[in-house]
Design a protein around this ligand. Structure first.
Ligand SMILES: N[C@@H](CCC(=O)N[C@@H](CS)C(=O)NCC(=O)O)C(=O)O
Length: 221
């Protein structure tokens, strides 16, 4: 059986978990934290998530894992059939990762452990986020999904990108992203209102204590 390695508090892990659940692919969830020998054994970067396929291949990088699932399990597609439309879905995923998730992630140590951050860095992060948000506003239709009437991998990707970006923006930057992205609120509500999203969110909450203990342990190393 396919194994997803990672931990349910991780937004990247949850992108892949949501895709697996959406497609109805049987999988085992192996809870393992970043940079541990167990994680390094399945992902040379030591990051969550990683996957061992049914053939035993070890793969990592969330977008690669979602692409793999689509190729290996084409039922219940998460990408449109048309090449241009597929590329547009991937474009939204890439923009979400590079220009929304990654800049926001830089403020996770401040959010989780009150690590101080210089104004220069805050300004840099605001600037990259602004470009990411502008791109999202240009490319996404929110009608009701990001690229139209069908849910795609971009919707799943952005849901878990926004879980970090909105937390950081609200609490560290005092910036309400729902006012910046028309359509975000209704889309977020739609995305949250499924059994799959509810399961992923409940598993995340159930993992919070163990994850925070892992983070606290990092500070002592
Ligand atoms: N580009 C990677 C990012 C994965 C990532 O950053 N995962 C976090 C957990 S949410 C992690 O493992 N962080 C610890 C580390 O980077 O050592 C992906 O798309 O899978």
């Amino acid at each position: 059986m396919l194994t997803l390695h990672g931990f349910p508090y991780s937004n990247y892990h949850n992108i892949v978990k949501h895709a697996l659940l959406h497609k109805g692919i049987p999988f085992e969830e192996h809870i393992v934290y970043p940079q541990t020998p167990e994680m390094l054994a399945v992902n040379p970067m030591g990051k969550a998530p990683s996957m061992t396929t049914e053939s035993g291949t070890k793969l990592s990088e969330s977008s690669v894992l979602v692409d793999y699932l689509e190729d290996a399990y084409p039922e219940k597609p998460l990408y449109p059939a048309d090449a241009d439309a597929r590329a547009q879905v991937r474009q939204l995923m890439k923009i979400s990762e590079l220009y929304i998730e990654l800049p926001a992630r830089r403020l996770l140590p401040t959010l989780l452990a009150k690590v101080p951050v210089e104004d220069k860095v805050l300004n840099e992060i605001r600037s990259v986020l602004t470009h990411g948000i502008n791109s999202l506003n240009t490319l996404a239709t929110f009608s009701p999904y990001l690229t139209g009437s069908e849910l795609t991998a971009a919707d799943i990707y952005l849901r878990y990108v926004m879980s970090v970006a909105q937390q950081v923006a609200t609490n560290v930057l005092q910036w309400d992203l729902t006012t910046e992205i028309p359509g975000l609120k209704d889309w977020s509500d739609l995305m949250a209102d499924t059994d799959i999203a509810k399961k992923v969110d409940a598993d995340r909450e159930a993992n919070a204590k163990e994850f925070m203990a892992y983070v606290a342990g990092l500070g002592k190393k």
